[in-house]
Every structure is written in structure tokens, then in C-alpha cells.
Design a binder for this molecule. Sequence first.
Ligand SMILES: *[C@@H]1O[C@H](CO)[C@@H](O)[C@H](O)[C@H]1NC(C)=O
Ligand SMILES: *[C@@H]1O[C@H](CO)[C@@H](O)[C@H](O)[C@H]1NC(C)=O
Ligand SMILES: *[C@@H]1O[C@H](CO)[C@@H](O)[C@H](O)[C@H]1NC(C)=O
Ligand SMILES: *[C@@H]1O[C@H](CO)[C@@H](O)[C@H](O)[C@H]1NC(C)=O
Ligand SMILES: *[C@@H]1O[C@H](CO)[C@@H](O)[C@H](O)[C@H]1NC(C)=O
Ligand SMILES: *[C@@H]1O[C@H](CO)[C@@H](O)[C@H](O)[C@H]1NC(C)=O
Length: 596
Amino acid sequence: MACHRCSLLLLYVTVVFHGHTAAQGGGEDLANIAACDSEIYCSGRLLEAAQNAHVFNDSKTFVDMKMKSEGDEILRAFDALAAGGANLSSAEVMRGFLDQWFDPPGSEFEVWQPTDWRDSPEFLNHVADSSLREWGRHVHQLWKSLGRNIKPDVRARPHLYSLLYVPHPVIVPGGRFREFYYWDTYWIIRGLLLSEMTETTRGMLSNFAEMVKRFGFVPNGGRVYYSRRSQPPVLTLAVRDYLDKTNDTVFVQTVMPQLEMEYNFWMRDRNVTVRGRDNGQHVLNQYRSFIGKSRPESWREDEDAARSLQSGTDPAEFHANVASACESGWDFSSRWYAHGDDVTSIRTTDIIPVDLNVFMCACEAALANMSLLLGRGEAAAQYQAAVERRRAAIDAVLWSDQQGVWLDYNSATGQHTDRFYASNIFPLYNTCYGDGTAQADIEGRVVDYLKKESVLIYPGGFPTSRVPSGEQWDFPNGWPPLQHLVIESLAGSPVREAQRLAQDLAQRWINTNYGQFVRTQAMWEKYDVETGEHPGSGGEYDVQVGFGWTNGVVLHLLDKYGHVLRAPPASTAAAPVLHLVPLILNLTAAVITGQV
Ligand SMILES: *[C@@H]1O[C@H](CO)[C@@H](O)[C@H](O)[C@H]1NC(C)=O
Ligand SMILES: *[C@@H]1O[C@H](CO)[C@@H](O)[C@H](O)[C@H]1NC(C)=O
Ligand SMILES: *[C@@H]1O[C@H](CO)[C@@H](O)[C@H](O)[C@H]1NC(C)=O
Ligand SMILES: *[C@@H]1O[C@H](CO)[C@@H](O)[C@H](O)[C@H]1NC(C)=O
Ligand SMILES: *[C@@H]1O[C@H](CO)[C@@H](O)[C@H](O)[C@H]1NC(C)=O
Ligand SMILES: *[C@@H]1O[C@H](CO)[C@@H](O)[C@H](O)[C@H]1NC(C)=O
């Protein structure tokens, strides 16, 4: 037992130490830092051969496979194969080897039916439109097909898996996303709380607390190759929402040390100091992951891109910027590119992003509140002071008086990124600007900005950007978490026009989700705001169905606006087939369960 604890502690110290030395630009050479230490899953000759031979279309497939033997033995067998003159570039040869030594992906999970799922959550009673209410009931049912439990063998023999063991069952996004994802989970939990699944929620929050104990932060997702980058820090916000729903102060007390540990990680390893318009020095946060090699789950894509770098560009820096963009959740987007649609111009670590600093501000406010609740007045005062510093920093560094909105700031050029991104308006979300009181003059200017940028004209929802880069986090894609944050930002404003816009955007997003559901019998990861359809291919991987955060945001909108939302008219949602919906829904559950 003692030894087990001891090795966990060592692991934690090592990971933090790595991040730290790389942060200083000294110590270990960035080019030698892989996504993790595994010579099967994160770097090494077998990984390269398996990915280069193109055995699978999706680079993620191989790194999700379970080893049938110890890693050393597999590597020795691979060396013997190579020494025997086998053609390692041949997909057939490599497929034969992988079949012999690995189990297919997904074999580490068992489908798990949430035990706290119930038939009729209360919030559905307030959805006035009967078609939407029926649909909401079915979206609520989808949780049953997205539940996963990790088999006990993963805990017993974790070194044979890329999966990170967590003790409680989880609701996953769906499709190729077989494991938990960090920021996805925030919107899944918003939905689960409306579905009154508080035990499932508490388990998922406890899992994240375990991850913080082990790594010092919550990894991007539940795989070892995600363990050196995080994602937008939303754990504290999820705990806050869980607390609001349950009053479970005891649980908050239990996880508070991990919430603070995560906060300290972001402040210590992801901070940047910059001079603001007021001439003062301000501390803000950035996405920064210190990985100098290709991402295992997108190995071929990264290797191809690295080969096309201009001479003089350091491949290790390129990979670090790619991993940092993944940490932002916006992978990928013109937001991180110096030149519109050119991934090789990526420089994520120069950008001070609006959204991350809003998330940090919201965490600080929630930590202040929860500290007060736990009777820790001094800590509460410190977090409240952090909120005030954050607001001042956002005013001084991110606000553009010229544009009348907040903009990402490039610390290398000393300029704002003067392009529309949905995240530009997020400081409204928790009024993280000024003195924390919503100001009609500021918020009116933000609405004017949205009109001037012509981003309110799309029937399918609110666009991510106006840049048609071909990347996922750009035009014409609309993403569920961004719809939620934009709608909340506008809905809480004292400006009536902003409130009306929020409701209108909610109706449009519902039209899109509902319309596509009736047509395709599925909930999708993202939608095209021009056509209201789910996008085809484009970006790194094909669009996925399932889908955790989509479902969570739909349930949230049905709850918030259920009294005024209407199912879309026939022309946009194929209403003539509405009577088929129950049948279609039955099929859907089967299709989705079968597919994952
Ligand atoms: C891989 O992609 C190609 C081209 O899109 C397709 O024809 C093939 O069936 C796919 N293979 C697998 C194993 O999915
Ligand atoms: C090895 O396999 C690759 C891919 O199938 C093929 O292009 C190449 O010609 C093969 N090399 C030899 C020496 O057979
Ligand atoms: C939580 O506690 C507050 C204050 O004690 C009370 O007003 C609220 O109704 C409680 N909520 C729940 C869900 O029990
Ligand atoms: C910012 O990061 C540096 C280097 O990691 C650290 O020394 C400093 O204490 C951090 N600043 C804050 C405010 O935590
Ligand atoms: C903190 O508590 C105050 C008072 O109860 C409330 O108005 C505010 O919304 C809370 N903030 C957060 C971030 O939970
Ligand atoms: C859906 O499937 C269940 C069990 O598979 C069945 O009992 C039910 O009647 C079906 N409902 C419809 C509307 O087909």
C-alpha cells in the first residue's frame, strides 16, 4: 500500500517538474518531450511504423488498443519482425502484427446504464411545445446509451492500456470519443443535473478530483496521451453547478483541495504578465502545453504538417503550439494562426485568450463563494481579490475601445487579434469586466459589434468565427458550448435587445438540432450555421454523433426557454414525418448503441 501511494506521489512530482522546467525554457529539451512516457502509446519505433503504414484511417485507433502482453515483450517482437526483413511500410504486415499483440479499441469499457436515470425529469413539465417536450424526453434517454464503466482489469493492470483509470462510471461524448473529455463534461453535467442524475454527476466530479491528485490538473481526456495538456478549466464551475442543484456541502468540502490545486496549476504553469493600456503589469493566463512531438492520436496529420514547415521553424515549437491549441478546446482554429488558414503558422502560445481568462475569473468567483460557504473567510477574500485583479486585467489588456468588444491579445506583437470570434463576448457571461456590475453602455456596444460583424444573420445559430478556414473551430461551424456561453452572456445583460437576441439564438439552435434530429435520427457534435445541417467531413476527423455536450445544451435551452420555444415549422424540420418520431427514436437508441 505504502509503495503504491509513494509511486503516485512520484509520478505527480515528475509531471509537475517537467511542465515547470519546460516553462522556463531550460532543463529538458522540448524536442524530447512526448505526449507521455509510454514507448508504445506516445513515441517510439512501433508507434511510428503503425501510424506511417496507415493501418487505420484514424490515427487514434492504434493508440486506443489494449496490449495483450507487456510493452517490453511487444517491442522485442517488433524488433524481431523488423530484423527478419518484414516490410514495415506495408499496412497488411503491420495489421497482422497489431492483431497478434493488441486487442481492438473499446475493449476496456463495459456499457453501463446509469442507476440514477429516471423516466420523467421535472424540467420537461415546463416545456410548452409538445413536440419539443417529446424530443427532450428522448434526448434525456440518450444518457442511457452514452454511459461507460471501466473494466476492473484496467485498474489491476493499467500499464497495458492507454486508458486512464477512473473509479466511477462516466457519460462519454460518443463516436470516436470513447473516453471522458474534460470540457465536454461540463455541458454533459449541465444536462445530467437537469436529468436529476446527481449520483452520476458526483462520480464524474470525483473522477476529475482523482485526476488532479494524480497529474496536478485535469487532462484533456481519459488517455495517457492526453496527460500533458489540459482543457478549459471548468471543473470548479461544474462543482458550483452541482452544489447549486444539491446543496451537497460535504462533497464540496471533500474536493476543495483539488479545486485549489487545479487553480494553482493554471496560475503557476500557465500565467503570463503583460503591460496593459493603463501602463500597469497584469497577470493573465494562456494555453501552453510542453510537448515537442506529434500527437499520438493524430500522428500522421502532425507529421505531414511538420514536414511542410518553412525552414527555420522549429518542429518542436510547432508541436507545442499544436498541443496548446488542443488545450484550448478550439482545435483547430484560425484564432491560433498568424495567417488565416495555414496551420504551419500556428502560434497559440503567443495568444492571451479572452475565453480562458473568463473561465479563470468564473473559477475565482466560485472559489470565493464556496470558501465562504465552508467558513474559510480569509481564502474567500483572497479569491475575491483575484476576481478584482482579473477584471482589471481584462479591462486593461483585452478590451478594445476601438471595436467595442474584447479581443484576444498577441503578446509577441503587442496587438489585439482584430477578428470576430464567438469568445470575444464572453466577459459578459459572468460580468468579468469593470467593477463586476453589468453596464448598459458597454453591453450595448457589444451588441452593436455583433451587428457590425454581421454574425447574427445565420438561421442555424451563432458562428464560431467568420473565417472559412476549413478548420473545425471556424466558419461555418456552430458548436454547442459556444451557443450556451453566448446565449448566457446575452441573456444576463441589462440591454433588452441582448436579451431578445439570446432568446432568438436559442430558438435557432433548437431549430437546427431538432431539424437534424428528425432528418438523421441523431444528435451531432456540431452544426453548420448557414445550412442548419451537420457538416460532412472537414478538419481533422469526420463529424461525430452521440453527442454529450449537444444533448446537454439542448436540455439547458429547453429548460431555460421552454415556455417560449416552438418546434420549427414544416419547411425547416420536415414536420410531416413528426408522427414517425417515436419510431425513429427507438431506432436511434439502437443505432447509437451499436455504433459505439
Ligand atoms: C478508410 O477510408 C477510405 C477512403 O475514405 C475508405 O474507402 C475505407 O473504407 C476506410 N477504411 C476503413 C477501415 O475505415
Ligand atoms: C513495402 O510496402 C509498401 C506499401 O505497401 C510498398 O509501397 C513497398 O513497395 C513495399 N516494399 C517492398 C520492398 O516490398
Ligand atoms: C439549498 O439551500 C438553500 C438555503 O438553505 C435553500 O434555499 C434551497 O432550497 C436548497 N436547495 C435544495 C436543492 O435543497
Ligand atoms: C507565474 O509563473 C512563474 C514561472 O512559472 C512563477 O514563478 C510565478 O510565481 C507565477 N506567477 C504567479 C502570480 O503565480
Ligand atoms: C456567489 O454568491 C452570490 C451571493 O449568493 C451570488 O449572487 C453569485 O452569483 C455567486 N457567484 C458564483 C460565481 O457562484
Ligand atoms: C421501442 O422499443 C421498445 C423495446 O425495444 C418497445 O417496447 C417499444 O414499444 C418501442 N416503441 C416504439 C414507439 O416503437
